[in-house]
Structures are given as structure tokens and as C-alpha cells.
Write a protein that binds this ligand. Structure first.
Ligand SMILES: [Zn+2]
Length: 60
């Protein structure tokens, strides 16, 4: 199995292989969050905007 370069979620700091680039505050700062946090902050959120998905790449 290939090793993936995980990166920390901007909200919970867990190392994850998939992060979503989103805005979820009035200030509109872009953050990279894990699927769990994404589900929580995107719910009923007027400020939520989706900007793409980041996936870990295999190390060579
Ligand atoms: Zn998270």
C-alpha cells in the first residue's frame, strides 16, 4: 500500500488524506477541513462555500 502524505484539518487538526477547501464564516477565509468538520460546518450555514477537494498524493 502506498504511503500518503496526510495533512492537518484546519479545524480539528487531525491528519487526513482528503480535505475540502471551503469558506464557512462571514469573513470568508478559506480553510482546508476534513470530511467530518466539513459536514458539521456546512450544515445550515449561510456563509458556506465550496472551493475544491484536496487529496493526498502517494510518496515516490
Ligand atoms: Zn477536522
Amino acid at each position: 500500500m502506498a504511503k500518503l502524505k496526510s495533512k492537518p484539518c484546519d479545524i480539528c487538526s487531525n491528519l487526513v488524506n482528503i480535505r475540502y477547501r471551503i469558506q464557512y464564516t462571514k469573513q470568508g477565509d478559506w480553510v482546508m477541513v476534513c470530511p467530518d468538520c466539513w459536514e458539521q460546518v456546512s450544515k445550515n450555514n449561510l456563509y458556506y462555500r465550496y472551493g475544491g477537494t484536496w487529496k493526498a498524493k502517494s510518496r515516490n
